[in-house]
Write a protein that binds this ligand. Structure first.
Ligand SMILES: CC(C)(COP(=O)([O-])OP(=O)([O-])OC[C@H]1O[C@@H](n2cnc3c(N)ncnc32)[C@H](O)[C@@H]1OP(=O)([O-])[O-])[C@@H](O)C(=O)NCCC(=O)NCCSC(=O)C[C@@](C)(O)CC(=O)[O-]
Ligand SMILES: NC(=O)C1=CN([C@@H]2O[C@H](COP(=O)(O)OP(=O)(O)OC[C@H]3O[C@@H](n4cnc5c(N)ncnc54)[C@H](OP(=O)(O)O)[C@@H]3O)[C@@H](O)[C@H]2O)C=CC1
Length: 403
C-alpha cells in the first residue's frame, strides 16, 4: 500500500525512513512525510503542501526528503532599457523577496535609469572554477606536478571536456602551499551556472593528474575555487560572470526622482560604500547588491547560496558636468538559464518574463544577458538606497512599506 496514511504510519513505526518512500510518487511521498511530521511535531503543514510545480521534476534534481515548498512573494521592477553585450532592449525584473520596500527601491532606481535612456552593461570576464587539492611529499614534488600540468594543458583539456558537450576548459592555475597543490580549473559553462558541469569535468582531469604525477587527490574542491564562502580570490580573479553596469543621470533626474543631488550621492557613496566598507574589512564595497542578487536568484532558479559571491561588488559614483555617473561591478555573479532550479515552473516563468529561459543563441548568451540584467537591477538598488540615505528617507520608507 502506498497511500499517504499507510506510509506515514510506516514512518511512525520506523519500518521506513523519510528517504525510503521511493515506491510512491513524489506527491504521495510528500504528503506522507507531512502527515508524519505534523503528528510528530504538532505543526500545521498544510501551507507547505500547497505548491504548483511538478513534484516529480523537483525530486529528480532539486531536493531530497521532499515535503512541499516554501513560497516567497514575487514582485516586478521596471521596465528598464539595457544596452548590454548580450542583453538588448526593455526588461521587467522579477524579484522574490520578503523585504518590504526592496522592490519599490529597485523600481525607483530603474525608473531613473530608464528616464536617462537606459543602462549600459557588459560581462567582462567569464569562467566557473573548481580547484581540487592534491597531497604531495613536499615542495620538490609540488614543482614536478605543476610542471606536468603546465606541459600537458591539451591532455587536461581533452580529459575535462570528454564529460560535457557544452563546457570548455579555459585555464588551469596552480597554487602551492607546503605539501598541498591546488589546481584552479576555469570553464566556459555557456548558459549553465556550471558547478555540476565543472565538478564532473574536473574529476576526470584530476584522475589524469593522479595517474601521471605523484599527486594524490584529497578533495575535488580545495576551497580555492571558492564556492559559497566570502573569498578575496573571487573578488580579484572573478568567478562565474564578472559584470559591470553603469549609467549617467542628469542633475534634474537625481533631484526629481531621487530627491537629492549628484554631490550628495557621491559623498554618501564614498563615506559609506568605500570608506565605511574599508574600515569594516568588508569584501563588498556596496550598499545592498545582495538584495537584488538574492531576489532575482530566487525568482529565476539560481543557487541561492551563491548570493555570497554575488554580493562581491563595488559601487562607484562620480559627479560630472552632465550629472551623476554611477556604476556597479559584480566580480563573481554565478548564474545560469539552464540546469539547477531553472526548469521549475515558477522559476522558469521568471526567466521567461526576461525572455531568457533555456539555452541562448549563441550558447552562453542567455546567461550573459541574465548577468547583465541583474547588474542593472543591483545598480538601481544602489542608486535608490544611497539616495534614501542622502534624503534621510530610509527609516520612513521601511516604516511605510516594510512593517
Ligand atoms: C521607498 C522609496 C522608493 C520611496 O521613494 P520616494 O521617492 O519617496 O517615492 P515616490 O512615491 O516619490 O516614487 C518614486 C518612485 O519610486 C518607485 N516606487 C515608490 N513606491 C513604490 C511602490 N510602493 N511600489 C513600486 N514602486 C514604487 C516608483 O518608481 C516611483 O516612481 P513612479 O513610478 O511613481 O513615477 C525610497 O524611499 C527608497 O528607495 N528607499 C530605500 C529603501 C531600500 O532601498 N531598501 C532596501 C533595503 S535596505 C537593506 O536591506 C540593507 C541595509 C540598509 O541594511 C544595507 C546598508 O547597511 O546599507
Ligand atoms: N557539484 C557541485 O559541487 C555543486 C553543485 N551545485 C549545483 O549544481 C547545479 C548547477 O550545475 P550546472 O552544471 O549549472 O547544471 P546541471 O547539472 O543541471 O547541468 C546543466 C547541463 O545542461 C546541459 N546544457 C544544455 N544546454 C546548455 C547550454 N546552452 N549551456 C550550457 N549547458 C547546457 C549541459 O550538458 P553537457 O555538460 O552534457 O553539455 C550542462 O552540463 C545547481 O543545482 C547547483 O545547486 C552547486 C554547487 C556545487
Amino acid at each position: 500500500m502506498t497511500d499517504p496514511a499507510t506510509l506515514a504510519d510506516q514512518l511512525r513505526t520506523g519500518e521506513r525512513r523519510l528517504h525510503e518512500l521511493d515506491d510512491a510518487d513524489a506527491e504521495t511521498a510528500a504528503e506522507a512525510r507531512r502527515q508524519f511530521l505534523a503528528a510528530e511535531t504538532g505543526a500545521d503543514l498544510d501551507a507547505i503542501g500547497d505548491f504548483t510545480f511538478d513534484a516529480g521534476q523537483a525530486t529528480d534534481a532539486n531536493v531530497e526528503n521532499f515535503v512541499g515548498s516554501a513560497q516567497v512573494p514575487m514582485g516586478v521592477a521596471g521596465p528598464v532599457a539595457i544596452d548590454g553585450g548580450a542583453a538588448d532592449g526593455e526588461y521587467f525584473l522579477p524579484m522574490a523577496t520578503t523585504e518590504g520596500a526592496l522592490v519599490a527601491s529597485v523600481n525607483r532606481g530603474l525608473s531613473a535609469i530608464d528616464d536617462a535612456g537606459g543602462a549600459t552593461a557588459r560581462v567582462t570576464d567569464s569562467g566557473m572554477t573548481r580547484a581540487p587539492v592534491f597531497r604531495v611529499a613536499g615542495v620538490a614534488e609540488a614543482e614536478t606536478v605543476v610542471e606536468w600540468v603546465d606541459d600537458h594543458a591539451e591532455q587536461l583539456r581533452e580529459a575535462a571536456e570528454s564529460t560535457t558537450s557544452h563546457g570548455e576548459l579555459l585555464a588551469v592555475e596552480p597554487y602551492v602551499v607546503g605539501d598541498n597543490v591546488y589546481l584552479r580549473f576555469a570553464y566556459d559553462t555557456k548558459d549553465a551556472m556550471g558547478m555540476n558541469m565543472a565538478t564532473i569535468a574536473t574529476r576526470e582531469a584530476a584522475d589524469l593528474v593522479e595517474a601521471e604525477t605523484p599527486a594524490e587527490l584529497v578533495a575535488i574542491s580545495g576551497n580555492l575555487c571558492n564556492d559559497k564562502k566570502p573569498a578575496a580570490i573571487n573578488a580579484v580573479e572573478g568567478r562565474g560572470r564578472t559584470v559591470t553596469a553603469d549609467v549617467t543621470l542628469s542633475r534634474e533626474l537625481v533631484e526629481e526622482t531621487l530627491n537629492t543631488t549628484p554631490e550628495a550621492m557621491v559623498e554618501g557613496n564614498t563615506r559609506k560604500n568605500l570608506v565605511g566598507s574599508a574600515k569594516a574589512g568588508s569584501l563588498g564595497f556596496n550598499a545592498h547588491a545582495a538584495n537584488t542578487v538574492a531576489a532575482m536568484f530566487l525568482a529565476t532558479g539560481q543557487d541561492e547560496a551563491q548570493v555570497v559571491e554575488g554580493a562581491n561588488a563595488i559601487t562607484t559614483m562620480d559627479a560630472r558636468e552632465d550629472g551623476l555617473y554611477a556604476s556597479i561591478s559584480l566580480a563573481s555573479l554565478e548564474v545560469g538559464t539552464v540546469g539547477g532550479g531553472t526548469k521549475l515552473a515558477t522559476q522558469s516563468a521568471g526567466l521567461e518574463l526576461l525572455g531568457l529561459a533555456g539555452g541562448g543563441d549563441p550558447a552562453g548568451s542567455n546567461a550573459d544577458a541574465l548577468a547583465e540584467v541583474i547588474a542593472v537591477g543591483a545598480l538601481a538598488g544602489e542608486l535608490s538606497l544611497i539616495a534614501a540615505f542622502c534624503s534621510r528617507h530610509l527609516a520612513s520608507a521601511h516604516e511605510d512599506l516594510g512593517r
